[in-house]
Design a binder for this molecule. Structure first.
Ligand code: 9MG
Length: 266
């Protein structure tokens, strides 16, 4: 899943500041480079970021979705707003990616009516303040339990489990240690019976562990964490660096697909 941020800013330095033509070009480039999904977002989720109104969000996203109508790769819309979900679904979006796991007013109903698959992500707090004092007694158990309850809420609203993709929300109200614990436990989230999405690309825990302060220089750490997640059962990686990730995944898959015999194992 390639990330296209039509935001004023972005923690990773890739915000396209509402530039429709640049967002369309970036999405087409990512599709040509091998992305299977393009995630379009118009609200920065950088820690400390201010919220965006649904009207602003729609004004930024709709022309981009319309400009990509002919793209063979499905579009995901990254939004917490029911109004945006409705407009995006009508315009042709194929997936709803909600960092608030459809907790917003009317979001469960809007997503259910759309019939689209949904990404339910865990976040402690709000983007504006979530990194001030993240706290858990047991981060894996709490995130697992939260996602289980959100699956139940979705099913009650008419969204079947088969259309639900879960995401532990790396970096959303979590310390570096919380993020590492969640990644270590990736396989456990498969017990919930849904596909898994993981977003580690350029995130601050990679900086905390490696010492790399510039997010645009965190590709090696992003690939290491992403391949770990895939090896533990994740199905989708949300990434900024599409061609590099596609190459890494091809090699990872090739190794996994090779027949293992006592002749070719050294
Ligand atoms: C919008 N956004 C930013 N980071 C994300 C992540 O890790 N997962 C999902 N689903 N969305 C994200």
């Amino acid at each position: 899943m390639g990330i296209v941020n039509v935001t004023d800013d972005s923690f990773s330095g890739d915000g396209l500041k509402g530039d429709t033509a640049a967002a369309i070009a970036r999405a087409r480039q990512m599709a040509a480079q091998g992305a299977d999904i393009i995630d379009l977002g118009a609200e920065s989720t950088r820690p400390g970021a201010a919220p965006v109104s649904p009207e602003q969000e729609i004004a930024r996203l709709l022309p981009v979705i319309e400009g990509l109508k002919d793209l063979a790769v499905p579009l995901s819309v990254d939004t917490r707003h029911a109004a945006t979900m409705r407009v995006a679904a009508k315009a042709g979006a194929a997936l709803i990616n909600d960092i608030s796991a459809l907790e917003g007013a009317g979001s469960l109903a809007a997503a259910a009516e759309s019939g689209l698959p949904v990404v339910l992500m865990h976040m402690q707090g709000e983007p504006g303040s979530m990194q001030q004092a993240p706290h858990y007694a047991d981060v894996v158990a709490e995130v697992f339990d939260y996602l289980r309850r959100r699956i139940e809420a979705c099913e009650a609203a008419g969204i079947p489990r088969a259309k639900i993709i879960l995401d532990p929300g790396i970096g959303f109200g979590k310390t570096p240690a919380h993020n590492l614990s969640l990644l270590r436990a990736t396989a456990k989230f498969r017990d919930l019976g849904c596909a898994l999405l993981v977003g580690v690309s350029r995130k601050s825990f990679i900086g905390a562990v490696s010492g790399e302060t510039d997010p645009t220089r965190r590709l090696p750490g992003s690939l290491a964490a992403g391949l770990w997640a895939l090896s533990q059962g994740a199905n989708i990686l949300r990434v900024h660096d599409v061609p590099e990730t596609v190459q890494a995944v091809k090699i990872w898959r090739g190794i996994g697909a090779a027949p293992v015999t006592d002749r070719n194992v050294w």
